[in-house]
Design a protein around this ligand. Structure first.
Ligand code: ITT
Length: 204
């Protein structure tokens, strides 16, 4: 069984392969391919109003291009409470798609100048949509709560990880090892829910 992951984001793809490693269906190991590895090259307009809608838009667009594979898509982002949940579903597009994350991170910190710890709450949200070869689909969502830090810290992870402080570790998500991050992250939790559902469906 092949799973094609509808993403062009290398950081996401790396985490997805780590989180789903060892997955089997019908006793056979599952092969996880990026869009590129599956030879899919399609422009997708993410015009939904929620993480769930955008995840399903991406998964369906790629499912239309592949044959017998399960297609998964991840739509995710950072919600900063003090900024009325910005950047939210616009996290990738915030300040422009090509702007570096050092600049985006510095900008968010700047916008929280003078804001106390208790008001710096934020969360990463991840919706994973799954489209099966027969057209059935489902979505699973998860989040991780944290706070926006005062400077970038850490070199691991990607995107907004250096400014997202995970309370249980008193460290930024970019200071966690991949294993530590995947065990508690929005993406780790959502993908494990998807894995459970796939195992259940296989038994039906
Ligand atoms: P695809 O649509 O091709 O999957 P994308 O980067 O455009 O890639 P999204 O529209 O879902 O993906 O945007 C999600 C953005 O939210 C992503 O670019 C990161 O900036 C941020 N993000 C999501 N998960 C994150 C994580 O675990 N750590 C840091 N930043 C994250």
């Amino acid at each position: 069984q092949k799973i094609v992951f509808a993403t062009g984001n290398a950081g996401k793809m790396r985490e997805i392969k780590e989180i789903l490693s060892g997955l089997e269906t019908k006793g056979e190991p599952v092969e996880i391919l990026s869009m590129k590895e599956a030879g899919v090259d399609t422009e997708i307009e993410e015009d939904g109003q929620s993480f769930e809608e955008n995840a399903l838009i991406k998964a369906k667009a790629v499912a239309a291009c592949v044959g017998d594979a399960i297609v998964l898509a991840d739509d995710s982002g950072l919600e900063v409470d003090y900024l009325d949940k910005e950047p939210g579903i616009y996290s990738a597009r915030y300040m422009g798609e090509d702007t570096s994350y050092h600049i985006k991170n510095a900008n968010l910190i700047e916008r929280l100048t003078g804001v106390e710890d208790e008001q710096r709450t934020a969360r990463f949200v991840c919706a994973i949509a799954c489209v099966l070869p027969d057209g059935r689909n489902f979505i699973r969502t998860a989040a991780i709560e944290g706070r926006i830090g005062y400077e970038e810290k850490g070199e691991n992870g990607f995107g907004y990880d250096p400014i997202f402080v995970v309370p249980s570790y008193h460290k930024s998500a970019a200071q966690l090892t991949p294993e530590e991050k995947n065990a508690i992250s929005h993406r780790g939790k959502a993908l494990r829910k998807v894995r459970e559902e796939l195992v259940k469906m296989e038994k039906r």
